[in-house]
Design a protein around this ligand. Structure first.
Ligand SMILES: [Zn+2]
Length: 580
């Protein structure tokens, strides 16, 4: 069960209740322009506004980059929410309770919203406690933090007491406090997990609190303590500071990953806000994926010692399948006894920005790590280098990056590039790019091919008159094709994004989006037209034979004379058509 099965009427209702102009205006000030509203496009760089929001059509589109969609699509693109999260957000905004049976896969939904509310109250409690505690305030001041940045990150303080939370929230909250990891239960007694610590709330993308990190003020162990894994809090998927970074900036040229909460906050205070931290665990592929969705360039910052380099290599390994020609991964290795927090405080933002600018590219770290393990002055060492590299390179998406690495590694061996390629891709005779280029519409059904062509060449809809006769075909996608043709006939020249917005069902949206993104090899207009007409012709023939089949069954059951004159004429016509 997933939210994808939410009935259309629920989604329609949610979209109908939402005013997209208001929704977007809260994030991106709009100014009115005729019947529409305009702003500088948040999805591409521009000097004059081409991002348009239509109140009547309840969708947005950009004349510059063709970004478009409805309220759900905007939340997905701008707030970087998943479909499920966007629907939940709108539902919360509109005070609509989503039917429970439709909520499933979203991890957060396994918990009732009470947990979020409770954690919000806990954060407020910790903030209030901080305001009344000079020692904690002094500590933060000594770390160079202003009240403003502390507020932005929701920093608080947990008193050196064993029962502060229970006293404040009362006995009825004990079960939820336990489930959210705020209390520890041992030998039939319950006590506060966080005591005498500076508290950092960990938020999800929409700002809800999932758990906390706590740093000891004086000396004590452990220095950092996190909420345990709970229904809401999963260290392997969340990134500390991502919400705050996205509040601070829209466009990310890069995103920097550091180790500690204090690093994130200190850098933010110095104006470097595209920074997140992990929660004391190794970077997971899920986190890397989330980072690459936020920015095309991800910079990982580690200590320069052995442990730091090992952690960097592990992060590099999990990132391999995610890398590509469009995405870049870089590394910063800090000198010993330096972390981003101290760096920026001692030397200022410039020093840190310089480190960011001079970060080592993925290829450099990759090759250095491999070279450190072999002696390439011998042939056997050269062979070893390639056998170490091959399984790693094979995980990279095929493309320029992969070829470039093969070439760079080749410089250390006497093997030619062809041989190297064979080592990495033993099953393929041709080079990677050619394999990609062969795809196109291969493997698609006739209906999907027609959809694919239509999505990419919307004018094709004008070639057809009526298509509703195709409705009798058994193919599941046929109704989508008919709807799309009719839509394009009514509204010619719609962008793909605008087309997608006409289907609120995410399954159909993603099917259409996938077809729209397929690389077509038929570049010439004539070839496209020919292919499309051909497919529709074939589908029409199928209709004929399906109808003929039906009539023939009836003839066999009865006989031709029992058919009405119209049906008799139809049989003759169909038989004639079928022979064509
Ligand atoms: Zn745009």
């Amino acid at each position: 069960m997933s939210l994808q099965q939410i009935p259309q009427r629920v989604l329609d209702d949610l979209i109908a209740r939402t005013d997209i102009v208001e929704l977007i205006d809260q994030r991106l000030p709009l100014r009115s322009a005729g019947n529409n509203f305009k702003a500088l496009c948040p999805f591409h760089q521009e000097k004059s506004p081409s991002f348009t929001v239509s109140q009547t059509k309840q969708f947005y589109y950009c004349f510059g980059c063709q970004a478009s969609g409805n309220a759900i699509g905007f939340l997905m693109a701008y707030d970087r929410l998943s479909f499920i999260e966007a629907v939940e957000y709108l539902a919360r905004q509109q005070g609509v309770t989503l039917p429970k049976e439709y909520i499933g896969e979203s991890v957060h939904n396994k918990a009732s919203p009470d947990y979020y509310e409770l954690l919000k109250q806990v954060m407020r409690f910790y903030s209030a406690t901080l305001k009344a505690n000079d020692r904690a305030i002094q500590y933060l001041k000594n770390r160079g933090l202003t009240g403003e940045v502390c507020k932005r990150f929701g920093i608080g303080y947990a008193k050196a007491e064993w029962d502060a939370l229970i006293k404040h929230f009362g006995a009825t909250s004990v079960p939820t406090l336990l489930e959210t990891g705020m209390l520890i239960e041992k030998n039939n007694s319950r006590y506060d997990r966080f005591r005498d610590r500076i508290m950092f709330p960990v938020r999800d993308k929409s700002g809800r609190i999932l758990g906390f990190g706590g740093r000891i003020i004086d000396n004590g162990e452990p220095k950092y303590l996190n909420s345990p894994e709970t229904l809401l809090f999963h260290k392997g998927s969340e990134l500390y500071g991502l919400y705050e970074a996205m509040q601070a900036q829209r466009h990310f040229d890069y995103i920097l990953v550091v180790e500690g909460y204090m690093d994130v906050i200190a850098l933010a205070q110095y104006g470097i806000s595209a920074v997140v931290a992990t929660m004391g665990t190794a970077l997971t592929q899920k986190q890397m994926n989330r980072l690459f969705r936020t920015s095309q360039e991800v910079i990982l910052c580690f200590d320069g010692d052995t442990a730091g380099r090992q952690a960097a290599w592990r992060a590099l390994e999990v990132s391999l399948p995610l890398l590509g020609d469009e995405r870049s991964l870089k590394f910063i290795f800090l000198p010993e006894d330096e972390d981003p927090d101290t760096c920026v405080r001692k030397m200022g933002a410039e020093a840190m920005l310089k480190r960011i600018k001079e970060a080592s590219p993925f290829s450099e770290v990759f090759i250095k790590h491999l070279l450190a393990q072999v002696d390439t002055s011998h042939v056997s060492g050269q062979a070893r280098l390639m056998s170490l590299a091959a399984p790693l390179l094979a995980q990279l998406p095929q493309g320029v990056l992969c070829e470039m690495l093969i070439e760079q590694l080749g410089a250390y061996t006497r093997l030619d590039k062809k041989r190297l390629l064979q080592m990495v891709f033993p099953d393929q005779k041709s080079t990677p790019q050619k394999v990609v280029a062969k795809s196109g519409m291969m493997g698609l059904s006739a209906v999907d091919k027609a959809l694919c062509l239509l999505l990419q060449h919307t004018k094709l809809a004008d070639l057809l008159e009526r298509v509703d006769d195709l409705a009798t075909l058994p193919q599941p996608q046929i109704h989508l094709l008919i709807e799309l043709v009719q839509l394009l006939q009514l509204q010619p020249g719609l962008s793909t994004g605008a087309i997608l917005a006409h289907w609120t069902d995410p399954k159909i949206q993603s099917e259409l989006a996938a077809l729209a993104a397929r690389p077509l090899l038929l570049a010439e207009e004539a070839a496209v037209t020919h292919e499309f007409v051909d497919i529709i012709e074939k589908l029409r023939k199928e209709v004929t034979s399906v109808q003929l089949g039906d009539l023939l069954v009836r003839i066999r059951q009865n006989d031709l004379s029992t058919l009405s004159p119209t049906d008799q004429a139809r049989v003759h016509e169909l038989l004639r058509k079928d022979e064509e």
